[in-house]
Design a protein around this ligand. Structure first.
Ligand code: ATP
Ligand code: MG
Ligand code: MG
Ligand code: MG
Length: 463
């Protein structure tokens, strides 16, 4: 018999049916009168399914003591109406199979709250906890909602390279790729010259698929990427990972206003979708992680984002009288403390900041007529700060070449990119959303390392 998933059993199985369910024991209680209650979880939903086993079940006496927390089993039995208030149904076991017991002395996930730091050390078992089960399901729903959002608007999903020779952000955060294998590396005693190391060229892991996405936007139209990106971040913060997933839409014939409007409806739509389709998990985050989670998210979905220029943002931050670790002046990049002040204390709303100084933004952003700023926009949200960085792209050939030179890039290395401006150039825009930062926002988790199945940071790369 094929198993019924617990989520489906809880929602659709009817009293009288015989079903098979499988999963891992969360708790077991034995009554003195010869029966036991097992709370079974299979990851399909937050709720456990209650199983009642009694002495009529073959092997009850022999195996019941082995059904420890963490053990895996399958149960076949009758669905009955649950006398308890919390659940519609429970299962009266007719047969069960113990696949594997979990030693109560050594199984790390006993029934108590574990710290997230501790759970990071056992990342292979943490998906069995309520929190990481919920995060995994929310990630799945958000990813699906993202595809739905773009597909319903006629965007084409494209795949951009992971190994690339272009440094999109120019921030020196790229991991180099080498074709040397370990045996050869051991033989090479001298310093390695990475500039020719990928079949004669320098290559790195991508920090963004944007430049390549522009190729498709300027030929097939609205498109988006959704893939892994890599940054050799030298910072130990709660919102930076060395490997994270980024969603990057790129749209021809969009100006900065259009870009901001799309980014705003994108964030709101995806959050609404998760609120609706992961309601049970969202209640959990609201109860367990942060009591303001649902209110904050509803506020985001129901109210328009604030839009202010970078110059206005700096004025607000400076005139707040608040003490920051890093005092800010016009011309420097906002830190997370400033972004969070704007969204959590000043506006209590997401804020889109636009027109940043050109000296702190990459070469591809469109120059404004003031000569000082570029058509950039960042979406800032409470609890996280920046979740989206975007811009209208520079479509004017001569200005782009100047900007590349100013940034120390050799335009000849980007001949394919400048070609897009030489032949049928069009105004176009796009943005990048960090998927894990969105998950941080939705779940209220403090640390981004807890928003990805396998965090890649200096201390977390076990497998
Ligand atoms: P930050 O200022 O936080 O370092 P950034 O401005 O360098 O971010 P962008 O180059 O604008 O980031 O990238 C677009 C988006 O990708 C960001 O808005 C953020 O959501 C996400 N992102 C960037 N770096 C990281 C990282 N190291 N880990 C997780 N997400 C990231
Ligand atoms: Mg950065
Ligand atoms: Mg930034
Ligand atoms: Mg940015």
């Amino acid at each position: 018999m094929i198993r019924t998933k617990i989520k489906s059993a809880l929602h659709t199985s009817q009293p009288g049916e015989t079903i098979k369910v499988c999963g891992w024991v969360r708790t077991r209680r034995d009554s003195k009168s010869g029966f036991s209650f097992v709370e079974l979880n299979d990851g399909s939903c937050m709720a456990n399914l209650q199983i009642v086993l009694d002495q009529n079940v073959p092997n009850y006496e022999k195996l019941i003591k082995d059904l420890t927390t963490g053990s895996s089993l399958s149960v076949t039995g009758k669905v009955i109406e649950s006398p308890g208030k919390n659940q519609r149904i429970e299962i009266h076991a007719e047969a069960f199979d113990l696949y594997g017991s979990a030693d109560a002395e050594t199984y790390p996930l006993q029934k108590k709250r574990h710290s997230f730091e501790f759970l990071r050390e056992i990342a292979h078992l943490r998906p069995r906890t309520n929190t990481f089960g919920a995060i995994t399901r929310v990630r799945n729903e958000a990813a699906t909602a993202i595809h739905r959002f773009f597909q319903s608007r006629g965007f084409i999903y494209i795949q951009t390279p992971i190994i690339t020779t272009s440094d999109c952000e120019g921030a020196g955060e790229m991991f180099q790729v080498t074709t040397l294998n370990l045996d050869r590396l051991a033989q090479v005693q001298t310093e390695i010259d990475f500039s020719q190391d990928f079949f004669g060229k320098r290559a790195s892991l991508t920090v963004s698929g944007q430049l390549e996405a522009e190729i498709f936007a300027t030929s097939i139209g609205d498109c988006y990427t959704f893939g892994p990106t890599f940054r050799a971040e030298n910072s130990n913060t709660t919102r930076h990972l060395a490997e994270f997933w980024m969603i990057e839409p790129e749209m021809p014939f969009y100006d900065l206003q259009d870009n901001m409007a799309l980014a705003e409806s994108f964030v709101r739509d995806v959050i609404s979708d998760v609120l609706e389709n992961c309601a049970e998990d969202m209640v959990f985050f609201n109860q367990r992680i942060d009591k303001t989670t649902l209110e904050t998210l509803r506020n985001i979905t129901e109210n328009e984002f604030i839009r202010i220029s970078y110059t206005e943002a700096i004025e607000i931050v400076k005139s707040s009288g608040k003490k920051f670790d890093f005092p800010i002046e016009w011309g420097s990049d906002m830190q997370s403390e400033h972004e969070r002040f704007l969204t959590e204390e000043h506006f209590k709303q997401p804020v889109i900041v636009y027109n940043y100084p050109k000296t702190i933004k990459p070469f591809y952003m469109r120059c404004n007529d003031d000569g000082k700023t570029v058509c950039a926009m960042d979406v800032l949200v409470p609890g996280v700060g920046e979740i989206i960085g975007g811009s209208q792209r520079e479509e004017r050939y001569d200005i782009l070449i100047d900007r590349m030179k100013e940034g120390g890039l050799n335009p000849e290395d980007y001949w394919w990119y400048t070609d897009l401006r030489k032949y049928g150039t069009v105004p176009h825009s796009g943005f990048g959303l960090g998927f894990e930062r969105l998950i941080q926002l939705i779940t209220s988790m403090t640390n981004i390392r807890d928003c990805i199945p396998f965090p890649r940071t200096p201390k977390n790369a076990e497998f």
